[in-house]
Design a protein around this ligand. Structure first.
Ligand code: SF4
Length: 349
């Protein structure tokens, strides 16, 4: 029977599990071997737009050392993603990495597993067991019901954890098949009290990936299942974080940050809303307070939406009209609108 007390794990300053805030994760998309100072700026940007945890693939000891140097320069909690080699896991834990994703079942001999779990216990580093239909243990590859295969793999990992008296673990059961993901997560949640990391794996390019992820994740979140999420896109970490934040907001699980109302444009448009949104996109997502921003194209719906928002802009003939708190603040040429809009936006945070 399921223990009623939820397990809560802590990765850096982020708690996962119980009724803690649902965190948003992403994954670094390049090799650590080519990490540069410019990449540090990209990580800072991820932090500013609300990323809670950042995961890196750590395939070798050199990568573990590079990750340790990165850790000294950033505040964002770091997750090391490790397969097969227990020495890399030990090195990451020793170097103060905040969380390790590893599947004990694929690191071999029992003594190696024990060494990693014991050291993680000493250092209070949580582990994520990541079950994925793309990398199931060989004996489960041919199980037709992929949800069942994921559950069997997760239960095998749980057994290893229990044998080593290790509780500080988050689980994920991910598939590119939405129904398999839903079924496996529902079953796991019903039976076990470990926090769940949700996601549709290899969900696709930006539009397809967000649609699939939104449908599956929102169903689970609405049932009270899920403690942290990652939207896996064939796109940038920045887009993954923004998608994650938007899903949480749309499900009523977060009121963090901006709600953007924007016009899709039609023949009436006198203001290039697409260009403007692209130019202010990151600034909008840096806002932490729950505000509404409207970017509108013409005088049909523009003044109504813009005046109803905390900050709004609309095309009106040859000018762009900027609203704040329902009042017109300025009428400017389109080319001069961005700077003033961003200045007013920052004042709202
Ligand atoms: S706000 Fe104006 S430009 Fe934008 S879609 Fe509506 S009618 Fe068209």
């Amino acid at each position: 029977m399921k223990e009623t007390k939820p397990i809560i794990v802590k990765a850096g300053n982020i708690e996962i599990g119980g009724s803690r805030r649902i965190s948003v994760q992403t994954m670094w998309k390049r090799s650590l071997h080519i990490f540069s100072d410019e990449d540090l700026l990209e990580i800072k940007k991820l932090e500013e737009i609300g990323c809670d945890l950042l995961r890196f693939s750590v395939p070798d000891l050199k990568s573990a050392e590079i990750l340790s140097d990165i850790k000294k320069s950033i505040k964002l909690p770091i997750v090391a993603d490790i397969h097969f080699d227990h020495k890399i896991a030990l090195k990451c834990i020793e170097n103060g990495i905040d969380k390790v994703r590893i599947n004990p079942g694929n690191i071999g001999a029992e003594w190696k597993v024990k060494e990693v779990l014991d050291f993680a216990t000493v250092k209070n580093v949580p582990i994520r067991i990541g079950i994925n239909t793309g990398s199931l243990p060989e004996k489960l590859i041919n199980v037709e019901d992929k949800a069942q295969a994921m559950i069997m793999a997760a239960e095998e990992e749980l057994e290893i954890l229990e044998k080593n008296n290790f509780k500080n673990a988050v689980f994920s059961l991910k598939s590119s098949d939405m129904n398999a993901t839903l079924k496996a997560n529902r079953y796991f949640h019903e039976k076990y009290n470990n926090p769940l990391h949700l996601g549709i794996t290899e969900a696709g390019p930006i539009t397809a990936g967000i649609v699939k992820s939104s449908i599956a994740i929102s169903e689970l979140l609405k049932e009270g299942i899920g403690d942290t999420i990652r939207i896996s896109l064939s796109d940038s970490p920045l887009q993954e974080v923004i998608a994650g934040r938007e899903i949480l907001k749309a499900c009523g699980k977060s009121d963090y940050g901006v709600n953007i109302v924007s016009c899709p444009r039609c023949g009436r448009s006198t203001f290039d809303t697409h260009k403007f949104i692209n130019e202010v996109y990151e600034d909008l997502y840096k806002i932490k307070k729950p505000i509404k921003a409207a970017v509108m194209g013409c005088i049909v719906n523009g003044p109504g939406e813009a005046s109803d928002a905390d900050i709004g802009i609309t095309g009106a003939g040859k000018k762009a009209v900027i609203f704040k708190d329902g009042k017109i603040i300025a009428k400017v040429a389109e080319n001069d609108s961005k700077e003033l809009f961003i200045k007013l936006l920052k004042e709202l945070d």
